[in-house]
Design a protein. Structure first.
Length: 494
């Protein structure tokens, strides 16, 4: 960058209150060392008028003892130069000695809503300090009205009201015009807002990603990477010296509008109700499998563990095409009845299918093996090999699907359940505890389980993008009330 442009940018950041401590010290050094920099600083700060006003006040407050001397043009220039030097000298002293104290005590943001972070209560002011949260979610508000939600586990600090450094974690930002150019700095680059809603994800073992929900963001990778202008619906992975486009994962981020209902559920004691429901399920004789990802013995597979529905809890996250969880349960017998239920947070909808649970032996053409998924039409589907739909002669007849789309509230946790009864030849679907649809089959084989995958399956159109917090396989048919109670107990919203 041209040194003069760099200096002008530094002065602008100082004037707007966005300069970090290091940048303020850098500005002070330039002002001390260069008369030209001091002149340019005063010009950029538009102090000409202020200097004249101050000079006039000083003349009035300190009248001369002797006769007044005529103010010639040359003398006026000398006076202005003396005042200029005095003012700049004061500014240099302010920058070099007093500013650090102001920065030390200045608040760059305050906690609007802390959910599951007891050490940072509502109203807590955040200064230039590193903050680490192991669980929970923080909603923060800056003096420029930027609203930022940070989800644990996270390590971050504000360097100014307009600059946040995120070492690890996930944030969503809602930036009004008053906070334009709000910047999030990560180890592999930075995101500069141009009036947007966007998210930044900094995982432990990978480069940061920027996701633009609305508006425009400048993505700048570290070490000389080319600047990228990202627009609504676009995502970008920041790599040292470069970067790469990514699929948008809007639901991977907790947004400001979600915080209040999450906080209300936590206050109402929902985590305890959920744990009690899990305990009862574990005592059910018909239980085939239950994964909640809370035990030390995590299931096999390729996936990341991130925060679940509750502060400090865990969920499996599926991002890459090959991400999956292995589950081997219920093999060696037939299941005339089966209930599948899961808390999921889907990042994407449409093509490809979002794969929830697939048995490995589907391709063996054995009747009863299972595919449970969300289709490209956003419907929940429970398909079993060899079953015959209601009217096989109807070309429009499809495998059993829910009637309603499952992603009406994309970007939130949803509870999905499917209840299968081979004797009744029926499949019943439930969305967030409510009965949605029943499909009657011509032919219904008993279900078969065994080795299976949650998430990615071995076909190009079967993957999963999102999180699963809890998945239950029960060898009996739950009724409407049981499904509703299971949802009510585990609901993270109020």
């Amino acid at each position: 960058m041209n040194p003069n442009y760099e200096f002008q940018d530094l002065v602008q950041r100082y004037a707007e209150g966005r300069a970090s401590t290091a940048e303020v010290e850098q500005l002070g050094d330039r002002l001390r060392q260069s008369a030209d920099a001091r002149r340019q600083f005063v010009s950029l700060m538009n102090l000409d008028t202020a200097l004249e006003s101050i000079a006039a006040e000083w003349i009035v407050d300190h009248p001369p003892a002797g006769p007044k001397l005529p103010i010639t043009p040359r003398r006026r220039v000398l006076i202005r130069k003396r005042y200029l030097i005095a003012i700049v000298a004061c500014l240099v002293l302010l920058v070099s000695h007093g500013w650090n104290e102001r920065v030390k005590h200045r608040s760059y943001a305050k906690v609007e809503n802390g959910t599951g972070v007891p050490e940072l209560t509502d109203g807590t002011e955040l200064k230039d300090q590193w903050i680490e949260i192991a669980g929970g979610t923080l909603e923060l508000l800056t003096p420029t009205a930027a609203r930022v939600v940070i989800e644990a586990p996270a390590t971050f600090k504000f360097e100014s009201a307009q600059r946040l450094r995120l070492k690890r974690g996930r944030l969503a930002a809602d930036i009004p015009p008053s906070a334009r150019k709000f910047t999030v700095v990560t180890p592999s680059g930075e995101a500069v807002d141009l009036g947007t809603k966007f998210g930044v994800d900094v995982p432990m073992r990978s480069e940061a990603e920027i996701h633009v929900f609305q508006g425009e963001v400048i993505a700048q990778s570290s070490d000389g990477g080319k600047r990228q202008n990202l627009h609504t619906g676009e995502a970008f992975r920041l790599k040292s010296g470069g970067g790469a486009a990514r699929e948008l994962r809007s639901a991977a981020f907790i947004r400001p509008e979600e915080i209040n209902s999450l906080h209300a559920a936590l206050t109402a004691g929902q985590p305890f109700r959920s744990s009690e429901a899990i305990r009862e399920l574990r005592e059910d004789p018909a239980l085939v499998a239950l994964l909640d990802f809370e035990s030390a013995d995590l299931p096999d597979g390729t996936y990341d563990c991130v925060q679940g529905r509750w502060p400090g809890s865990r969920a499996a996250e599926f991002v890459k095409t090959g991400d999956h969880v292995r589950l081997d349960a219920g093999d060696g017998r037939e299941w005339p009845q089966l209930t599948l239920a899961a808390w999921v947070r889907l990042d994407q909808d449409g093509s490809p299918y979002q794969s929830l649970f697939h048995t490995d032996r589907w391709n063996h053409k054995t009747p009863g093996h299972i595919h449970w998924m969300v289709t490209d039409q956003r419907k929940m589907r429970l398909e079993m090999h060899g079953n015959v739909p209601p009217d096989e002669s109807d070309r429009l007849s499809t495998p059993p699907d829910s009637r309603s789309p499952v992603l009406r509230n994309q970007g939130r946790w949803i509870h999905l359940a499917a209840v299968y009864d081979a004797d009744a030849r029926s499949v019943r679907f439930y969305l967030n505890g409510r009965f949605d649809n029943e499909v009657r089959l011509q032919t219904a084989h008993p279900a078969r389980l065994g080795p299976a995958q949650i998430g990615n399956w071995n076909q190009a159109d079967r993957k999963l993008s999102g999180r699963i917090d809890e998945i239950v396989v029960l060898g009996r048919a739950m009724d409407d009330i049981e499904v509703r109670n299971l949802y009510d107990a585990g609901n993270p919203y109020r």
